[in-house]
Ligand binder design. Sequence first.
Ligand code: DC
Length: 418
Amino acid sequence: MPYSDLAARWAFLLAGLAIGESRISARGDHSAMIAALGALGATARQAPDSTWVINGRGIGALTEPDTVLDVGADGWLLAALAGLLASHPIFAVLTGAASLPAGMKAMLQLIGARVQQPASLGMPMAIAGARDALPIDIEVTETNLAVTALVAGLNARGTTRLAFTGTVLPPMIAHGITTLRGFGAEVSDTVEAGQRVILLRGQPDLRCVVRPALVIAVDGPAAAGKGTLARRLAAEFGLPYLDTGLLYRAVARLVFDAGGDPGDEDAATGAARRLRPEDTARSDLRGPPVDGAASQVGAYPAVRAALVDFQRQFARAKGGVLDGRDIGTVIFPDAPIKFFVTASPSARSRRRWLELQARGVAADLDQISADMRVRDANDAARAAAPMQAAADAILLDTTDLDADGAFEFAAEAVRARF
Ligand code: DC
């Protein structure tokens, strides 16, 4: 499951427990969670831009559902709802195909709930929640039990303690902790005697959160590896991907098609204003005539201005990973995470040469180096949105890194930030 989905699930749950309106931008199907929150008294609607608007009632203020809560095959949702129900003085029935982890029933009883399972194994399961939920202290062997304990701990008087064997937290819990903190819960995370120990203080005043769509900016010179990296980050975090170089390439191609000269500012500006999204899907946008011409047209402020809205709109509703030259400086200066990817000129020329070889295109390494030098100089020296690292960008030099190494580094930086 992509990272943003993991974090989004926690965000929905916590938005349902915070008093007031939270806004969450998330991809994926969250309908079972939304239905459950609705049955427990929160309201959720989708705004026209597809952001979820959730109004919670506060921890401890859930209403008793008048329907059975169906978790489908979703083990996380089962665990989270079990924790929620066990820690509130309401009666509810959970159903679905998800399987109950061993030890769940015992844990719900420790919290103070009464649990009935007509079938000996699992679902449906009726839970009569505790009047005063007790904080629990467990050694975690199963991630979903930890989810239940954390969620129940939100309405327990006192501190819930989870101890994980080893020093690495399961991603589901790591994202849970980050999201809990984002909503204002007090959670500590320390290593004690080879265990990772999480302490959650119960009954926090959760604040509402506006969780905007996540934008990741990836800038840098040609053939530094930004396209590969951006594409992989997009897949990892469940975000749409836009190669903004294609916009400038398509403008250059339209100029050529019209028999124009990319050195003619009016012709380039006209092409940029005529550009349609489908123009960027053409198969003739890569290669020598267009490489240099894209850099040339990209130097005109009016061309850049004509392309700004498209880039911003692209990521508005669902976020995105955008790669280019000015994403972190001009297009999304407020992006919460930015990378500037570089590599030595010789490593970059060699990569481009290998890329062309692999595509069966004959190419001369010296010529590639020379073209790249011209393009770098042009992209970096132009007055309009020159290629440069934003002050808050993370620099990533891929000279001695392969694609996996660059991806691992960047993905870890994204996770650490959120
Ligand atoms: O990323 P690329 O090599 O496909 O980009 C081709 C050219 O387009 C690049 O040399 C400069 C221009 N460009 C730009 O000016 N701004 C961007 N955000 C992306 C590309």
